[in-house]
Design a protein around this ligand. Structure first.
Ligand code: LMR
Length: 353
């Protein structure tokens, strides 16, 4: 009986020890995925990334993708909190919030940087980048580099560019086939002198307003129309309150990825590497898929609404481009002759507009 009890005790102790070892190894701090409840939370870096568009857009999806990549590569130690739809700051406010360090990362439309750095207006010259290839060449090449450097004077670190797509025009008073069809109408634009001038050339009135104000003003009839990418027209449902859509491809809409510079400098080399690698992968994905997304969402608009859609012919685009031509001269001093010459080279290489 004594021998039996000793064997049972031995077995019990052995079992308890192996359970403890197994449990401890499986769930120790070294092997646990990092989560907010663990100690060490104070070492977690949080990046608030604010933007104004919907989640189902080239920028919205790229932002989420970036956050996931950073999370995976840092083993949860760097957390990117994406706040879409202007939930934290409107277009006008987000630049100041970034400079103050209230958010660490933003991706404003390049147009919205033009008061901060007038050179950015080169990307808003009408029909300057008439094809996808020309856009990628400009953003990823010398012009893109010059632009990112031009914003380093503030507390901003320019990182890279994401694309959305070509801008189109919608109205409640169409069709818009010729430039003269816009005569007397009022359009929402992103606040920008160069965009304002373009609408003046068409004898239309342009009002610079926050993106998330647009739907309400279109619906109430206070505005006739607006210009934007299909992705923004689709995700914000502008097509439901407009009667005509002209596929003009007259301008480009894309984003500069910017980080608060003090915040960036405060990161370790390893953390900077994780962010740079994740951004590089996300940018590649975004620059490939954004154009497809715009195409897919155009067919969804066709299916879901009665809006009349008109595609300008190449001949008509040449006519629209000729109307816009004076803008190039008018903004030469602000943008700089060299940048305009560089973009003109790309334009003529990729099209005969
Ligand atoms: C707009 O204001 O129309 C755009 O900047 C929105 C966006 O960020 O795509």
């Amino acid at each position: 009986m004594k021998a039996f009890l000793s064997v049972a005790l031995l077995l019990f102790v052995g079992l308890a020890v192996s359970i403890w070892i197994g449990f401890h190894t499986k769930f120790s701090e070294d092997t646990l995925p990092f989560d907010d409840d663990q100690k060490g939370i104070k070492d977690q870096v949080v990046i608030k990334f604010s933007h104004v568009v919907a989640e189902n857009t080239p920028k919205g999806l790229a932002a989420q993708r970036f956050a996931k990549l950073v999370d995976a590569k840092s083993d949860g130690r760097i957390k990117v909190e994406v706040i879409p739809n202007g939930g934290l700051y409107s277009d006008q406010e987000e630049l100041e919030a970034l400079e103050r360090g209230d958010v660490q990362m933003i991706a404003p439309a390049t147009t919205k940087l033009s008061t901060f750095s007038p050179k950015f207006q080169v990307l808003d010259l009408p029909y300057a980048m008439p094809t996808r290839k020309s856009i990628i060449e400009v953003l990823n090449g010398e012009i893109g580099k010059t632009l990112l450097q031009s914003i380093e004077k503030g507390n901003m670190k320019g990182l890279t560019f994401w694309t959305n797509g070509f801008k189109q025009i919608t109205t409640n008073d169409g069709p818009l086939l010729q430039p003269s069809d816009l005569n007397g109408q009022t359009f929402r634009i992103m606040p920008s002198p160069i965009l304002e001038r373009q609408f003046q050339l068409l004898n239309a009135k342009a009002v610079g307003l926050d993106f998330n104000e647009t739907y309400r003003l279109l619906e109430s009839g206070k505005l006739n129309g607006e210009e934007n990418t299909i992705s923004n027209i689709y995700s914000k449902k502008f097509f439901n309150v407009q009667s005509h859509l002209t596929i003009s491809n007259h301008g480009f809409l894309g984003y500069a990825l910017i980080m608060n510079e003090d915040f960036w400098k405060g990161l370790s080399k390893g953390q900077q590497r994780i962010l740079s690698e994740s951004l590089k992968e996300t940018t590649k994905w975004n620059q490939t898929h954004s154009f497809e997304m715009n195409e897919e969402q155009l067919s969804l608009i066709e299916k879901q609404s009665d809006i009349e859609i008109y595609h300008l012919t190449e001949e008509e685009k040449r006519n629209w481009a000729a109307y816009f031509e004076p803008v190039y001269k008018a903004f030469e001093e602000e943008i700089g002759t060299e940048l305009i010459e560089q973009i003109m080279k790309v334009r003529t290489k990729h099209s005969d507009l």
